[in-house]
Design a protein around this ligand. Structure first.
Ligand SMILES: [Zn+2]
Ligand SMILES: [Zn+2]
Length: 388
């Protein structure tokens, strides 16, 4: 153990001695819209504009370009003057830092701001927009989109490391589309530059390069959810895939947070029909009379078991559209009351618990080690070292 700790210390020093390499990721943005016309200006810094690799323009100060889809090509204009008709437009920041404003005119969408660079290509009926962005800028954008602007610094640091780890372990998800990650919940929600709380970009930069690896020095699947209700889940009970790090932990930090408790009601008729049709519950069999009595789940269980009937709680959650699979059942006569705890799948980091830990003064590394078991926080270059 001591050997491993000193090995990690050595590797961290080794990695810090290396020059910080700038890492970029490519994100497909606004791909759900058939965009045919955009207006772009510089928000910060200035940009070289390339059409099929030829430099055609520099956006300075109040300058802007308009890019539209014409046939199978793109037309680039400024102030009504056509600069080029081409198959690819690139905007490269001249001197860092750079960010640009983009307003989709067709369809009309609110203006957004993105850090770093942009590539535009024709794509079917519209155009494909790809933001090539420094990973820390991307991380800050995602953390702001997912967690808002009123959290503590240590929470933002923990989430930055999760976001970076998740991104780097999913870089091939959109290879066929020509970028690495999309900007939707499928990958991670990203609506552009972090603008409303500087703590968020400071947290991303303060943790730059740090990722979470398991005991085999592999990037972990950094799962998280809103609130665990007092206990997180084992990965094998949710994904049928055991891991060394997504292990059930008792969590008292989230118990007084907004998503800790919920209730809903379903009719007795719907409940019994469900049990009969979907799970072969024979209501005339005395063995199954318990099907419509109370069921207590004081600690997380993977299945609702009534004699020979076994229904995974995650299935009940999906079938009845419940906030979590952590609930008890109370027979109310004509109806069934479902008394639930938490919100989400219950795997990995419990966000409301982590927020509470940060309020109580816990550091980001303590928060991450509480929710992910037997993991290490390492610099990316350590991964390269082990790859070699
Ligand atoms: Zn995606
Ligand atoms: Zn929790």
């Amino acid at each position: 153990m001591i050997f491993f700790k000193s090995l990690f210390g050595f590797l961290l020093l080794l990695s810090l001695a290396k020059a910080q390499q700038t890492n970029y990721v490519t994100i497909g943005i606004m791909s759900e819209f058939p965009i045919t016309s955009v207006w772009i200006s510089a928000a910060q810094g200035s940009y070289f504009v390339y059409a099929d690799n030829n430099k055609i323009y520099t956006i300075n100060g109040k300058g802007s370009i308009h890019v539209s889809k014409v046939g199978d090509s793109l037309m680039v204009k400024t102030n009504g003057e056509v600069l080029a008709t081409c198959k690819k437009v690139k905007m490269l920041g001249k001197d860092a830092p750079n960010s640009f404003n983009i307003k989709c005119l067709q369809p009309a969408l609110p203006e957004r701001t993105y850090d770093d660079n942009l590539e535009i290509r024709p794509n079917g009926k519209g155009m494909k927009l790809i933001n090539r962005v420094n990973i820390d800028h991307y991380v800050a954008g995602v953390v702001e989109a997912e967690n808002g602007i009123s959290q503590n610094f240590e929470f933002y640091k923990a989430k930055s490391i999760i976001c970076r780890t998740y991104a780097l372990s999913n870089l091939k998800r959109h290879e066929a589309e020509g970028y690495q990650l999309c900007d939707k919940v499928h990958c991670q929600v990203y609506k552009g530059k972090n603008k409303r709380n500087d703590d968020i970009i400071m947290a991303a930069v303060a943790t730059t390069g740090i990722v979470i690896v398991d005991s085999n020095i592999k990037l972990i699947t950094a799962a998280f959810h809103s609130n665990c209700g007092g206990q997180t889940m084992n990965s094998e009970d949710v994904w049928a895939l055991p891991t060394t790090y997504l292990k059930s932990v008792k969590d008292t930090f989230c118990l007084n947070k907004p998503q800790a408790r919920w209730e809903t009601t379903i009719t007795k008729k719907d409940w019994l029909t469900y049990l009969t049709l979907k799970h072969n519950c024979n209501l005339t069999d005395t063995l199954h009379t318990d099907c419509y009595s109370n069921y207590e789940q004081p600690y997380r269980e993977s299945d609702l078991i009534i004699h020979d009937i076994k229904i995974p709680f995650k299935k009940l959650r999906t079938d009845f559209n419940l906030r979590s699979g952590f609930f008890s059942i109370i027979d109310m006569g004509d109806s069934i009351k479902i008394v639930g705890r938490g919100f989400g799948h219950g795997l990995g980091l419990c966000q409301e618990g982590a927020m509470r830990m940060s309020e109580l003064g816990y550091k980001y590394n303590e928060i991450l080690h509480f929710y992910y078991k037997d993991v290490h926080l390492v610099d990316l270059s350590v991964l390269d070292f082990f790859k070699d």
